[in-house]
Design a protein around this ligand. Sequence first.
Ligand SMILES: [Zn+2]
Length: 261
Amino acid sequence: MRRSLLSTAAAGTLLLTAACGADEEPTQGDPAQQQSAPEQDADQAPDSDPDSDDDAGSAPASEASWDPASLHVLVNKADPLDPADHVPSDLTPVTAPADHEDVQMRQEPAEALEELFSAASADEIPLVVASAYRSYDYQSTVYQGHVDNLGQEAADEVSARPGHSEHQTGLAVDLSYPGNEDCHLRTCFGETPTGIWLAENAHEHGFIIRYPEGSQEITGFSYEPWHLRYVSEATAADVADQGVTLEEYWDQPAAPDYEDA
Ligand SMILES: [Zn+2]
């Protein structure tokens, strides 16, 4: 887990354009690697009061959590959910238009997603849910499908192993638009009106583009302009404003590979 940012991400991104059929996230439980909790300075002298963060370098709006129930849980190739088969307790049906039935997310992101859809509609942006919550078992199936088609190495760039998928947190959603055949879950989605609108507006509703272009060496995944992760509005606004990945925003190590890679 080094922190080398720029390096090789772009190359990987181009290769996979045609392959990212169902965006998944990383999996495979590796209970050993939870990083230590982020800075606990609670007992250190709080030398600045919380109201005085008026300068540009003010504190982040949130910190990474390894609690699977946290809205700020960090899940990537280095950080599996713990337990790996975690199921959110507040899954709720997503009422936004979807291309299949029984779409669920956690309560807060589900409500935020409705607002995002309302805003998109007001701007005449077509939008549909392609995938939201995915269980450990379902992710296993998705990931294995990619392995069968692409081989494990390529599969790991586009699909999370079970237990490593943000979809399993109930906080992530893949979006598309009705009739999208050419750019459905493909990088060219980012150049469509819907993809452009999401990049510009998702943060106002608490979502970020979790796998930005050129960030594979940090996030572990190639560019996914369709995959949104809910982190709440303050954090999303900050992340968008800084133009960084979630790993960078939370000052966590890059997670380009699984530990057994
Ligand atoms: Zn996704």
